[in-house]
Design a binder for this molecule. Sequence first.
Ligand SMILES: NC(=O)NC(NC(N)=O)C(=O)[O-]
Length: 352
Amino acid sequence: MSTAHFTGPAAPYTGGDPYADYRAPSPDEVPFTALADLADRRIGGTVLAASDEFFAERDHLLAPAPAHFDPAAFGTRGKIMDGWESRRRRAVAADDHDWALIRLGAPGVVHGLLVDTAHFRGNHPQSVSVEATEAEGHPDAAALLGPATRWTELVPRTGTGGHAANVFEVPAAARRRFTHLRLRQYPDGGIARLRAYGEVRPDPAWLRALGTFDVAALEYGGFAEDASDRFYSSPLNTITPGRPRTMGEGWETRRRRDDGNDWVRYRLAGRCVVRAVEIDTGCYKGNAPGHAAVSVRDGEAGRWRVLLPRTALLPDTVHRFVVPEAPPATHARLDIFPDGGIGRLRLYGSLS
Ligand SMILES: NC(=O)NC(NC(N)=O)C(=O)[O-]
């Protein structure tokens, strides 16, 4: 069964902060939003095709930042909207709709979806549905829309609110590995963002062929399970691809005023042996941690064993450490002393 939070139509924008009357459930009501967004552009998600994008391009759907609204921005086609927006259909039949095809950045099991209609007030869809498929290789839009593709329903056609976070839990029967999504909006309208929260399931043959890879990386099935502090940014940022370009693209904690230290606990791609550790304090110049340590654990109940003892860090630096002899591990823990920012943590190793 799908859990829908229908918030109804939205009121017109009357000035001031456009998010002041945005409707969203609290994070406690939708725990799946703490999982990784498998459609995220930063790990390779893309919108392959859409039936119509007259008012606003489909690519906005997967932008990582919340949708922006400038009341004064008009272009030659109408109001400039930060989302995917189709034209108004005329002579609408019951099943008429617009659609978009999304390739997930990382294949995986989707636990819940967010169809965000931020700033679409009089022009949000009346209802939406989402399906998913698991495809081999790199099918294009024509192949995905062909008769050979088997689609599984994640969200049945459900009423959507305007200027709201429309969240849907995926039923247990549909919690399988998928590579692509089809988002439909009935009969037409605008959607600011689509997020597909879940667990990454990489291709095991690819990991076997790689041999040694970053076993903490989100794209290979790593995850930041817990952290001492999420004040400025998410610890998930530390395991995303590439180097951080700004402080906002890493994990930064608030200034501690006690004797403790900040930390992140990671679940690794599987049971692995780590051979090399990379700690990147990229972009953290006045707020890099003084020191860091890395420990690993084998299984949920395993004992933490030190992989990299407490070591001094420099600001804005990629630090590389070869690990002499590491035990097999399923989890890792990064401790920073006392607080500060970490751009990336890379744990190079192989599945054991
Ligand atoms: N004010 C609007 O946004 N109107 C139209 N949309 C855009 N983007 O201009 C529409 O008809 O939905």
